[in-house]
Design a protein around this ligand. Sequence first.
Ligand code: ATP
Ligand code: FE2
Length: 376
Amino acid sequence: MFFIEWGSSIKVDNRASIQQDPPHNYGCDKRVEEQSLVPATMPQWTLGIETTAHTLSFGLVDADGTPYPAASDTLRPDEGGIHPREAADHHKDVASELFAKVLDTNNLTPSDIGAVAYSQGPGLGPCLRVGAAIARGLATKMDAPLIGVNHCVAHIEIGRQQCGCDDPILLYVSGGNTQVIARLQGRYRVLGETLDIGIGNMLDKFARNQGIPFPGGPKIEQLANQYLERTPEPSMEGLQLPYAVRGMDLAFSGLLTAAQRLVDNGAPLDAVCWSLQEHAFASCVEVAERAMAHTGKSELLLGGGVACNQRIRTMCEEMATDREGASFAPPRMYCIDNGTMIALLGYIELNHRTTELQGSAIDQYLRTDQTPIVWS
Ligand code: ATP
Ligand code: FE2
């Protein structure tokens, strides 16, 4: 089903698992009830493997749960979007080198790894399967506990750990996901989310239509800043776009089409990038504010790749300050997909459960609120 050649190269053959993935089921996990399988403090390092989409990343937390920067490699196609199979092939090709790199950087050997965590979902099936196969192989080889974790929850927990906030409303803005989340009754509940595409995918698609390669978000931010530099008093006159709030939910495909139409009709690209950011980010911040008002929570935490953007960070800070609350955003290396957040969530969850091999299949459609939150 999968094999790893120890030493120079990691080889993954996950064809059998492609046909055999059963539905995700936490019942397959070995729950730690009376006696903890894993000590409260792991004696060794926890490895985290992230492969939900275009990025393969290995990250680490130490025996105290302290995070260390990840070794990552992202597939950047010359043209077009990401093909899941091509991304999976990329992950297989670079896995061995990256794994060696994360160990070397931290002066570790494989025997220092005491547990292996991996993204079990949600994400692109072929990519997730590569990560799961690597994790199973490493855990088996090292006789270490294996733990499959929820990628969305990992974005949240690295943010809480890095920012030291307690009980925030989460604004999770990435390529594939746009969700406003609150911790309520033992789950991270999704209070509002996109009804069509993720905000990052919308930015990437708009950029791609202008010939800007993936990831488009950083370039759009740069162009928007360029527009502001040459336009000291910017106005929405002639740059209006649809506003995408639907109750507590959001929608971005209409915004994408309308922004494209502005460019087609001759509006300067940098001006449209500015307007696109203003509209898209304001809609997210509005839903986040409503979530804070309804739940009575005073903290806001940003996560996901789009949280790298300074404009959305500033908007969140202004909104939270107006409400006499506070807004937090983790360092950018922990906003984008990274193995360290997977290692951290694995470290936290290992006090409560491990994942047996027969329950280790990936779940492309795993939801944020499917994971019981049993830690503080
Ligand atoms: P998920 O699986 O959580 O949906 P993802 O696969 O989209 O994650 P991330 O690394 O979380 O991966 O996010 C990538 C997205 O972040 C891309 O859409 C990219 O354009 C966007 N992004 C990165 N930097 C910026 C930025 N400075 N401004 C806006 N968007 C950005
Ligand atoms: Fe992500």
